[in-house]
Design a protein around this ligand. Structure first.
Ligand SMILES: Nc1ncnc2c1ncn2[C@@H]1O[C@H](COP(=O)(O)OP(=O)(O)OP(=O)(O)O)[C@@H](O)[C@H]1O
Ligand SMILES: [Mg+2]
Length: 302
């Protein structure tokens, strides 16, 4: 009754996007930071090696994948099958975009893969670790230490300033924030003038940028961003995409981003197309034109 949806996004180390023009500008910006980042990248590599020896046997490459992931909300006649046996890979060190019509299950997929919501059936692996096999405390720790999440609804704490919202993950973990990285994130996202403001004193776009900064501040291995450019003007949106692209290219992070914008999707290494809780297509080396064509083929707004 359920059609197989075994698709895999990305070809390891293979294709890149074809938006060469936009990339040239990015390259310029990247070069400036490259030197400073090298040291960080090395340190992260060391961490990664150490983590390899961790007690949990990991088979993954820092990315995430699902096996026949199903999520049903509610029961009986009101039940909604938000995810229907989804088998998909978000390759490590790659930038994957997720597109599909409203209600297709994109946010549900992100929540389940990030360990924020429990699936009805099927399995989720993050960095080779089976989330379903982790006790609650370990799942919480894994989320805190290895995953960054930008919610569609921001989920900022209203009583905290922008600065304290951004630093919340480090506060919770009891770790010292990296001041240089904080400055880079805040500068890139144009939040320098707003750090003392509370969310109610910020525009929607500014709140979105604070949420993104919060997800990036610990330099997690995998970042889930649910429509991170949805409320931004085109200039800030482009900067956010550049930051995500850089976090993949320079820091080796894994990024999964939901978007409705073909130009934003084209900044990714591959695009997963979703409809009715299923993967209907995967595109490597996307361009805005190709993504738009595919959205039209799939019948409507992605
Ligand atoms: N907590 C919930 N309880 C019941 N149904 C839910 C819940 N969350 C989502 N759904 C339903 O699951 C389906 C998938 O929702 P989801 O939010 O994942 O879609 P989406 O692709 O992210 O859409 P959008 O582009 O509008 O954000 C929808 O039919 C939605 O109404
Ligand atoms: Mg959504």
């Amino acid at each position: 009754m359920t059609k197989s949806t075994e698709k895999h996004a990305g070809t390891p180390g293979g294709a890149t996007t074809a938006d060469g023009g936009a990339r040239t500008a990015d390259t310029e910006a990247r070069n400036v930071d490259a030197e400073a980042r090298k040291g960080d990248a090395e340190a992260r590599k060391g961490d990664a090696e150490a983590r390899k020896g961790d007690a949990e046997a990991r088979t993954g490459d820092g990315g995430a994948r699902t096996e026949r992931l199903t999520k049903v909300y509610g029961t009986g006649t009101t039940a909604v099958r938000a995810l229907d046996e989804v088998t998909v890979t978000l390759p490590g060190g790659r930038f994957t975009a997720i597109m599909g019509p409203s209600g297709a299950g994109k946010s549900t997929l992100m929540h389940c893969v990030a360990g924020l919501d429990a699936p009805t059936s099927g399995r989720v692996f993050v960095g080779g670790v089976d989330l379903g096999a982790l006790p609650d405390a370990k799942l919480t720790r894994m989320r805190r230490e290895r995953v960054g999440f930008v919610f569609q609804a921001f989920n900022l704490l209203p009583t905290l300033t922008a600065r304290d919202n951004i630093l919340l993950p480090t506060t919770l973990a009891g770790t010292r924030p990296d001041g240089e990285w904080f400055d880079t994130v805040v500068r890139t996202l144009g939040l320098g003038e707003r750090l003392g403001h509370r969310p109610s004193q910020l525009s929607g776009g500014q709140q979105q940028r604070v949420a993104l900064a919060r997800a990036l501040i610990t330099r997690p291995e995998i970042v889930f961003a649910d429509e991170p450019t949805g409320n931004l003007d085109s200039h800030t949106g482009a900067e956010v995409l550049t930051l995500l692209r850089r976090s993949v290219d320079d820091l080796g992070q894994t990024v999964a981003m939901v978007t409705h914008d073909p130009a934003a999707a084209a900044r990714a290494d591959s695009v997963i197309f979703f409809a009715d809780g299923r993967v209907v297509d995967v595109m490597d080396a996307p361009t805005p034109g190709l993504v738009l064509d595919r959205m039209r083929d799939l019948g409507g707004a992605a």
